[in-house]
Design a protein around this ligand. Structure first.
Ligand SMILES: Nc1ncnc2c1ncn2[C@@H]1O[C@H](COP(=O)(O)OP(=O)(O)OP(=O)(O)O)[C@@H](O)[C@H]1O
Length: 235
């Protein structure tokens, strides 16, 4: 059974269909790249999958359970962790507090959550700044906080929105290493990215969206060679 499934998802804003009939299934341990030109509907699709907004129509299932109408904080959505394009950190909290909060929100005791957060921050190379306020960190370091959260929460599914946008090659390498290690223990991930070389190297499958609809789907090499995909990007 797929760990995450979307069936015929659609989202209309007024008359504009940002997501227009998308179905997909993510297997355990699968990394799926979700790509497409600006405005294709990628972030909207992640929002629908994560429960950040209700779809106009269609369903989302997590481990076979219909979670379409459930809020992101609902217990039945615990298996899913989502990151945001512009970072999801609380600036006035330290890095360790930001990471620990994710574990506390899932029922972990405060002291154990902090210990786990420190270990995870060390794993992504943020140990020296673990007690710094998040708003004093670089954009790339703040994005690594999302990866430390991933290590603490160990979700079945991660939805990552533009993790590498504006980050250094060294941080991109850390992100890659974390994702490969977590994939080996069964993590499934959908990664929205405009950094095609980085994400194509990591994923086993690519879904291309254009105008809210799936334009192409397949292995990274086949998708990269698809003339319709090249045209959509040039357009
Ligand atoms: N809350 C909203 N209200 C109205 N329109 C919206 C809203 N969110 C997104 N849209 C529109 O839906 C379409 C898809 O936007 P979305 O952000 O999902 O695309 P994207 O593929 O993630 O784009 P990008 O790569 O530029 O981040 C766009 O035309 C956008 O303007």
């Amino acid at each position: 059974m797929p760990v995450l499934e979307a069936h015929d998802l659609a989202k209309a804003f007024g008359g504009h269909r940002a997501v227009d009939g998308v179905s997909l299934a993510l297997a355990e341990g699968e990394i799926l790249a979700l790509v497409g030109p600006n405005g294709a509907g990628k972030t909207s699709l992640l929002n629908l999958l994560a429960g950040q907004m209700p779809p106009t129509s269609g369903t989302v299932r997590l481990h076979g359970v219909d979670v379409t109408a459930l809020a992101p904080s609902h217990g039945r959505r615990r298996a899913l962790l989502r990151s945001f394009q512009n970072g999801g950190t609380f600036g006035r909290l330290s890095a360790v507090e930001n990471v620990a909060l994710a574990a506390i929100a899932r029922g972990e005791h405060r002291s154990r959550a902090e210990a786990a957060a420190r270990a995870a921050l060390a794993e992504v190379g943020l140990q020296p700044v673990a007690d710094w306020r998040a708003d004093t960190l670089s954009g790339g370091q703040r994005k690594l906080i999302d990866f430390a959260r991933l290590l603490v929460v160990r979700p079945a599914v991660a939805l990552l929105d533009e993790p590498t946008a504006g980050v250094s090659p060294a941080i991109m390498d850390v992100m890659r290493a974390v994702l490969l290690a977590e994939r080996a223990r069964g993590l499934g991930a959908i990664i929205v990215s405009h950094d095609l070389p980085w994400v194509f190297d990591l994923c086993s499958r690519v879904v291309v969206l254009a105008g809210g609809r799936p334009l192409a789907e397949g292995g990274p090499d086949a998708v990269a060679a698809d003339p319709a995909v090249q045209e959509a990007y040039l357009a």
